[in-house]
Design a protein around this ligand. Structure first.
Ligand code: HEM
Ligand SMILES: *[C@@H]1O[C@H](CO)[C@@H](O)[C@H](O)[C@H]1NC(C)=O
Ligand SMILES: *[C@@H]1O[C@H](CO)[C@@H](O)[C@H](O)[C@H]1NC(C)=O
Ligand SMILES: *[C@@H]1O[C@H](CO)[C@@H](O)[C@H](O)[C@H]1NC(C)=O
Ligand SMILES: *[C@@H]1O[C@H](CO)[C@@H](O)[C@H](O)[C@H]1NC(C)=O
Ligand SMILES: *[C@@H]1O[C@H](CO)[C@@H](O)[C@H](O)[C@H]1NC(C)=O
Length: 331
């Protein structure tokens, strides 16, 4: 009896993936070959010239791409400034991300010089993320292009649709499936936490009064006790600290590698959402396989999942527009 709902659930999920990926199917590699032949090269050169001096921007770029895709599809809505009183998706993201916005604005300006009105901000974000990962030691992959830019950005949608660091495995998988992604995508895309930083208040819930017993040592038992104690004694010394930042993959937070997964197995994933990946048998098996394998294996599956993420609900053809400035819609 129990089998019937399961089969149904699997079917629904499969159909959901097919729908999201069908839109992605309208993208193609080398979309700008005729209309702006140097487009990809211009992005790559800019990234290669500047990321070595500011490697932390790589993390900002890839996270911005993720947030863009999870809200209204990969349409650069995350880059829009708020207008007329309302707050935009941008206003739901931490301040540091701003450096990524300025970086993208400069790339866009170069492309507007080369081919005005041709290359979308959504494609620039996908390409720059890919190139930045390459510069900090990660894989290269071909990015299908042809995305068009959206005209709407709403803060509340970002708050509702971007998964929270407090989520358990079930809720994370639900969030990813709602975007046509699957368990493997969840495991591999979370590997982006091999780079970058977090503000304390994104995870202090795990350090203080986690079980409600109170007391100074009441941390999440799924977090390595020594690591937890070190975090709350030396870094995040109050539960509400929203300014101190912590490396998410200590020791190699500027390098794209597999150490994030080894950290998970040592129970040193920073967020509950990271720790959740080893609470599910299938996900844990994936984590274990890349943690010990050569990084090429992770690189391949990560690249594949990035392409899938980059196809979420994209606008193509006559939809949307090619924004002239990434922070404002064309008038
Ligand atoms: C699985 C669900 C995910 C959750 C709950 C999550 C949550 C978070 C949180 C809370 C932060 C720290 C923000 C701060 O306090 O400053 C963060 C940082 C980051 N996330 Fe995720 N994330 C998830 C998936 C992803 C994905 C899919 C990617 C990209 C493919 C990604 C890339 C990053 C990067 C690179 C950073 C560091 C940003 C920086 O250094 O500026 N995350 N994430
Ligand atoms: C968008 O907002 C930022 C920060 O408020 C501001 O610095 C920037 O000039 C704005 N961009 C445009 C094109 O209005
Ligand atoms: C950071 O965010 C705060 C509150 O949202 C805002 O007041 C401040 O201006 C932001 N900092 C920068 C550099 O934009
Ligand atoms: C996951 O968290 C949700 C609440 O956010 C809760 O309803 C659910 O029971 C949790 N699932 C598991 C398996 O713990
Ligand atoms: C710890 O959590 C419990 C249960 O939620 C609460 O009653 C108590 O006031 C909290 N203690 C502190 C110090 O926040
Ligand atoms: C950080 O917390 C302080 C005090 O609670 C608050 O005034 C400020 O707006 C917060 N800043 C950010 C960026 O959330």
């Amino acid at each position: 009896m129990a089998a019937a709902p399961l089969v149904l659930a699997v079917l629904v999920v499969t159909v959901g993936v097919a729908a999201a990926m069908a839109e992605g199917g309208k993208l193609r590699q080398g979309y700008y070959e005729q209309s702006c032949p140097r487009a990809e090269q211009i992005v790559k050169h800019y990234v290669e010239r500047h990321i070595p001096h500011a490697p932390s921007v790589a993390a900002t770029l890839i996270r911005t791409h993720f947030h863009d895709c999870f809200v209204r599809g990969c349409d650069a809505s995350v880059l829009l400034n708020a207008t007329g009183g309302g707050e935009a998706e941008k206003d739901a993201t931490p301040n540091l991300t701003l450096r990524g916005f300025a970086f993208l604005d400069r790339v866009k300006a170069l492309l507007e010089q080369e081919c005005p009105g041709v290359v979308s901000c959504a494609d620039i974000l996908a390409l720059a993320s890919r190139d930045a990962v390459g510069v900090i030691g990660g894989p290269f992959w071909r990015v299908p292009t042809g995305r068009r830019d959206g005209r709407v950005s709403i803060k509340q949608e970002a708050l509702d649709q971007i998964p929270a660091p407090t989520m358990n495995f079930t809720d994370l998988l639900t969030s990813f499936r709602a975007k046509g992604l699957d368990l493997a995508d969840l495991v591999w895309l979370s590997g982006a936490h091999t780079i970058g930083i977090s503000h304390c208040n994104s995870f202090t819930e795990r350090l203080y009064n986690f079980t409600g017993r109170g007391g100074p040592e009441d941390a999440d038992p799924s977090l390595d006790a020594e690591y937890a104690a070190n975090l709350h004694r030396t870094k995040c010394t109050t539960p509400t600290d929203n300014t101190t930042i912590v490396e998410m993959d200590p020791g190699s937070f500027l390098t794209f590698d597999t150490s994030y997964y080894r950290g998970l197995l040592k129970r040193r994933g920073l967020f509950q959402s990271d720790a959740a990946l080893i609470t599910d048998a299938a996900a844990r098996a994936d984590v274990e396989s890349v943690a010990k394998g050569p990084s090429e294996v992770f690189f391949q599956v990560f690249a594949r999942s990035m392409v899938r993420m980059g196809m979420i609900e994209v606008k193509t053809g006559g939809e949307g527009e090619i924004r002239r400035h990434c922070a404002i819609v064309n008038s």
